[in-house]
Design a protein around this ligand. Structure first.
Ligand code: IPE
Ligand code: IPE
Ligand code: MG
Length: 238
């Protein structure tokens, strides 16, 4: 979708996925424990949702906790889970006011009953909202998602080779029914995917910024969209 933003004609991606990285380094820069970075990182998410919607983005998918992040020290994992709970409780009011629909992708097994209840409530309450389609990847790993999808397919009796199509497989992923990301942003300067949306980003444009997640804001998002606007997406054609 083309749109003029701050006097500039830009091509706005429909779906933006973000690997929110760099909370720990941000905390170290501020001589504080890593958990301080996670708190700041969680606190900016509401504003980023508003900015994304205001810029014309329809789907926003944020990577909050990977299937590999359980390897971190127990106290850091506990803090993160506490923040997810706090967030899923406190954000609901605002989501309802702003017409935001939230969905959580990832493996629900392994999450606490409290967080499962939060997810169930927020998804149910916001299911009819037609504004920003906001996804949080929680206990998410792309390989895990694909294995779960294949297991569910087999359990549903889809075992004949000729039945297995990209469309059927996509419909068993956690992102079923959503368009693929047009733009994938990773903060903190790392240039890797870390097991995020491997199937879905087959033709996404990639944007890496050195900005640490807690410092992310509308200007950085706009820079990413500017870069995206200049890309020539060919999808294998000419
Ligand atoms: C991203 O920040 C948040 C999560 C992965 C939960 P990090 O905690 O990975 O921050 P760095 O990479 O150590 O700076
Ligand atoms: C990716 O960040 C996961 C999330 C942002 C939730 P990591 O910090 O865990 O990734 P690696 O370990 O640097 O690849
Ligand atoms: Mg990191």
């Amino acid at each position: 979708m083309e749109r003029t933003i701050d006097g500039e004609l830009l091509n706005i991606p429909q779906h933006v996925a973000i690997i929110m990285d760099g909370n720990g380094r941000w905390a170290r820069q501020h001589h504080r424990p890593r958990t301080f970075g996670h708190k700041k990182g969680a606190a900016i998410v509401e504003q980023i949702c508003d900015d994304a919607w205001e810029l014309g983005i329809k789907y926003l998918t944020l990577y909050a906790f990977s299937t590999e992040n359980w390897k971190r020290p127990a106290d850091e994992v506990t803090t993160l889970m506490g923040l997810f709970h706090q967030y899923l409780v406190s954000y609901l009011d605002r989501m309802m006011k702003q017409n935001i629909r939230i969905r959580i992708i990832g493996d629900r097994r392994g999450l606490s009953q409290q967080i499962l209840d939060d997810i169930e409530r927020d998804e149910r309450e916001s299911a009819g909202n037609t504004g920003l389609q906001f996804n949080i990847a929680l206990n998410y790993g792309s390989r895990d998602e694909m294995i779960r999808a294949m297991q569910k397919m087999a359990a549903d009796g889809h075992t004949k080779p000729e039945e297995i199509t990209p469309e059927l497989f996509s419909s068993y992923l956690d992102t079923a029914g959503m368009p693929d990301p047009d733009l994938l942003i990773r903060t903190s300067g790392e240039q890797r995917i870390s097991n995020y949306l491997l199937w879905q980003i087959a033709y996404s444009e990639l944007y890496f910024t050195p900005v640490l997640w807690p410092d992310f804001n509308r200007d950085v998002l706009l820079d990413a969209i500017r870069a995206y606007s200049k890309r020539d997406r060919r999808f294998g054609g000419v």
